[in-house]
Design a protein around this ligand. Structure first.
Ligand SMILES: Cc1cc2nc3c(=O)[nH]c(=O)nc-3n(C[C@H](O)[C@H](O)[C@H](O)COP(=O)(O)OP(=O)(O)OC[C@H]3O[C@@H](n4cnc5c(N)ncnc54)[C@H](O)[C@@H]3O)c2cc1C
Ligand SMILES: *[C@@H]1O[C@H](CO)[C@@H](O)[C@H](O)[C@H]1NC(C)=O
Ligand SMILES: *[C@@H]1O[C@H](CO)[C@@H](O)[C@H](O)[C@H]1NC(C)=O
Length: 388
């Protein structure tokens, strides 16, 4: 069995792992990035739909030590962002080990090192890294969340998860149901409708629809004004633009969008044109799906309908719990950071997590910087002790 010693193991070559590696490179700290997929940033390359644009303005979507040039458009397209990540990797000369899956990681109290067991997915070979530090940057979306409906498999049409959805070309003229109305669900519904599909979307919970422009105007004011004022401002702007959304089956929660984001990590839905289509009747809003009977999908208002295809935009979750043991103090049941922001990234014995605080790209960029600084400080004080 192959065994390799290295200062830092980073698990995941998504942008959180790459950003951490870049920050370590700036400190000249040796590390390896291990990635299960055959490419970097697999979420952006393989698991997102074609029309995706970043939901936040570019200044909230940059990685450490590599700002976007002024010429970059405010809301970057997926391909543009992928290009930026590729340049990032080139710039810092990052070399992730691809098709290498981490199977387990545990701390060896005896020699005070981490043992990271890996499998090379090309050869099937098992190996081990022995490291002083482990950073897991495995993302918030690694494992599919699929709601269980009885008799789902009896539906004649296609049922796919949103991460397999690329574009609407093959759904032209078809009856398609999108289940789930987060950002992915809402944008996929728009994409389907634009492609000529007869589109319906299930809206089960109360939610805030906000425009990305308004959000990007209001967010920078966070430094100066309390959240509740910003919420009043944001909701006022949204009212001017959308009117009363409950008329169209979308009820707003009692609490404001930014308040919910700060206190409950419930994110508003960023409208990129779907709402207009809901208003015009091009996209139909349906309530909770209660059952499936033969070809018929039954909703809780009693309506029953048939669909050619169902897209489950029901989200994904983190899978870190499956291979990382003994870190319950750091990672909650949901596989996300348990400790409160901004001190969520540091675990014990040289364990760190990057990008698991539900703070998007700007959050994971902060994590990467903090983690690399912390590791650098620890190594320096360790060296100093040795000298004395
Ligand atoms: C459709 C979509 C749009 C989004 N848009 C935005 C946006 O506009 N702005 C924003 O801030 N955020 C957005 N997000 C949130 C997004 O998840 C983060 O911003 C960011 O891309 C996450 O990066 P990451 O590196 O943490 O995770 P990921 O990109 O998921 O990377 C984790 C990597 O770890 C690898 N991995 C996992 N387990 C193992 C293992 N055991 N061994 C080896 N490798 C492993 C995975 O293969 C993956 O490549 C969006 C998310 C989705 C799904
Ligand atoms: C969700 O998880 C599944 C694996 O269970 C994966 O195939 C899919 O690409 C993931 N989707 C996203 C958006 O990360
Ligand atoms: C839609 O996606 C398919 C692959 O799923 C691709 O071959 C095709 O070119 C895409 N169509 C458009 C218009 O981008």
């Amino acid at each position: 069995m192959e065994k390799e010693k290295i200062e830092v193991v980073i698990v995941g070559a998504g942008i959180a792992g790459l950003a951490t590696a870049a920050c370590l490179t700036m400190h000249a700290i040796p590390h390896v990035i291990l990635e299960r997929e055959d490419c970097i940033a697999s979420l952006w390359h393989k698991r997102s739909y074609d029309r995706l644009h970043l939901h936040l303005a570019k200044n909230f979507c940059q990685l450490p030590h590599f700002p976007h040039p002024p010429s970059t458009q405010t809301f970057m397209s997926k391909n543009h962002f992928i290009n930026y990540i590729d340049n990032y990797v080139d710039h810092f000369k990052l070399q992730p080990r691809l098709r290498c899956e981490v199977e387990s990681a545990s701390f060896d109290e005896e020699d005070e090192k981490w043992r990271v067991a890996v499998q090379d997915l090309e050869t099937g070979e098992i190996g081990e890294y022995v490291a002083s530090f482990v950073v897991f940057a495995t993302g918030e979306n690694d494992q599919m969340v699929v709601p269980e409906f009885q008799d789902m498999e009896t539906l004649p049409g296609e049922v796919i998860h949103s991460s397999s959805y690329r574009n609407g070309s093959k759904y032209k003229g078809k009856d398609v149901l999108v289940v789930g109305c987060g950002n992915s669900g809402m944008e996929i519904a728009l994409d389907l409708s634009d492609s000529g599909a007869k589109t319906s979307i299930v809206v089960r919970n109360k939610l805030h629809v906000v425009s990305r422009e308004f959000l990007s105007w209001v967010m920078p004011l966070r430094k100066f004004l309390p959240i509740y004022i910003l919420d009043v401002l944001l909701l006022f702007l949204c009212y001017l633009k959308y009117g009363d959304t409950s008329k169209y089956g979308i009820q707003r929660p009692k609490q404001g969008p930014l308040h919910l984001k700060e206190t409950a990590e419930i994110y508003p839905v960023i409208d990129v044109g779907t709402y207009q289509k809901i208003k015009s009747g091009d996209i139909e809003v349906l309530p909770s799906l209660v059952s499936i009977k033969g070809n018929n999908v039954v909703f809780n208002n009693g309506i029953s309908r048939q669909f050619d295809a169902i897209i489950l935009a029901t989200g994904n979750k983190s899978s870190v719990k499956e291979w990382l043991k003994g870190a319950d103090y750091l990672i909650g049941e949901d596989g996300m950071s348990k400790q409160k922001y901004p001190n969520h990234w540091k675990g014990r014995h040289g364990l760190y997590c990057a990008g698991l605080a539900r703070k998007g790209i700007y959050g994971l960029a902060d994590d990467a910087l903090s983690i690399a600084d912390d590791i650098s400080d620890l190594l320096k004080s360790h060296d100093a002790k040795k000298l004395n």
